[in-house]
Design a protein around this ligand. Structure first.
Ligand SMILES: Cc1ncc(COP(=O)(O)O)c(C=O)c1O
Length: 366
């Protein structure tokens, strides 16, 4: 007997790719016979997790035979106290990725449309495609999302507009004025999802607080994560802040125990570890300036970033620029899969990783 899964599954799924997270350092070391590869590809925190979070995980280990709190009440209370958003406006999810899926699941049906920047973070499209929605892509203006272009792409079928700030993969931010433009011009029936996964790294003093717009704008959903500055990517925890009715809808469609017990304990502890956040932010700002200098010295073009990664141009090293960087023991993200062929996106590392990147680029430049 054969089971034709492709034919029997929802037609929207036919031809959908499986997300490719890139190769691990172990894979690359084996493939290229290297011994000390470093992965600077996934925008993880080079300082690792908060020590308080590690402690909290150890203490919670004996309890993992229990189900976690499906409502993540303590974490919501802590987030609410810290961010000034009421608990009923929060969805705690297994990473922003799950929050995006839940938005798609709750609000999108075949024939609906979403609007995204092109390129932008790939999960927006994947979540929407899974539900059979159509994607309207609005090319970036150089490194920035084109707000008026995105507004112009809205039709009566549009259900969600995705804006990412800082934007993966360029690191650019939107201004308060452009957020306000979107909020005032979008039809009330269109959800605006503002993904601020990297917001804690922003150093631009004019940057706004996305959460402060939630109360007045019932169609705004702001997403944030513990995967980046809090260093908990492996535990999968993030959240969305939105109108209580939207939150109630999202909470209806999530799995009953979507965020595991250790993740909740770690997130609670990490939220309290202001010192770890401060150190991570400072390390990132210093690393960013160091890498800017390296790129300037070598005459390599780059996008000014407000996040923990830098997109820079490498096609002057030839078509095989990505493999050449790999052979130097540096795993970056190839711009060819990010909509910037000829470029790479590199996660800002700690001092030794950034030095290794400097050596690698100098070696390639000869
Ligand atoms: C813009 C953006 N949003 C969301 C995520 C996913 O975050 P999480 O780990 O919380 O699912 C990422 C991860 O790289 C990202 O770059």
């Amino acid at each position: 007997m054969t089971f034709d899964a492709e034919r029997i599954a929802r037609p929207e799924l036919a031809g959908l790719p499986v997300y490719d997270p890139g190769k691990s350092s172990g894979d690359i070391e084996r493939e290229y016979g290297l011994s000390d590869c470093i992965k600077m590809a996934s925008n993880e925190n080079p300082l690792g997790p908060s020590p308080l979070a590690m402690d909290a995980v150890s203490k919670a280990l004996p309890n993992i035979y229990r189900y976690p709190d499906g409502g993540a009440r303590r974490l919501k209370e802590a987030l609410s106290g810290k961010l000034g958003v009421p608990g009923e406006s929060l969805l705690v999810a297994s990473g922003v990725d799950e929050a995006l899926d839940l938005v798609a699941y709750a609000f999108l049906a075949p024939g609906d449309e979403i609007v995204v920047g092109e390129p932008s973070f790939s999960s927006y499209e994947l979540a929407a495609l899974t539900m059979g929605a159509r994607i309207r892509r609005v090319p970036l203006r150089r490194f920035d999302q084109d707000m008026s272009g995105m507004l112009a792409a809205v039709t009566e079928r549009t259900k969600v507009v995705f804006v990412c700030s800082p934007l993966n993969p360029t690191g650019s931010i939107i201004t308060a004025a452009s957020l306000e433009l979107l909020l005032s011009e979008l039809p009330e029936s269109v959800l605006l999802l503002l993904d601020e996964a990297y917001v804690e790294y922003v150093t631009d003093e004019d940057y706004f607080d996305g959460l402060s717009y939630v109360e007045q704008n019932p169609n705004l959903v702001v997403t944030r994560t513990f995967s980046k500055i809090y260093g908990l990517a492996g535990l999968r925890v993030g959240y969305a802040a939105c109108d209580p009715q939207v939150a109630a809808t999202l909470n209806k469609v999530k799995l009953p125990f979507n965020v595991n017990l250790l993740a909740q304990e770690a997130a609670l502890a990490a939220l309290d570890d202001a010192e770890h956040v401060r150190r991570s932010r400072e390390l990132n700002t210093r690393g960013r300036d160091f890498i800017y200098n390296v790129l300037d010295e070598l005459g390599l073009e780059y996008a000014a970033t407000q996040a923990n990664f830098i997109l820079f141009r490498m096609d002057s090293f030839g078509e095989d620029y990505f493999e050449r960087l790999l052979k130097q023991g540096i795993i970056a993200r190839d711009g060819r899969v990010l909509g910037f062929p000829g470029w790479v996106r590199i996660t800002i590392g700690d001092e030794s990783q950034n030095l290794k990147l400097q050596q690698a680029l100098r070696a390639l430049a000869g």
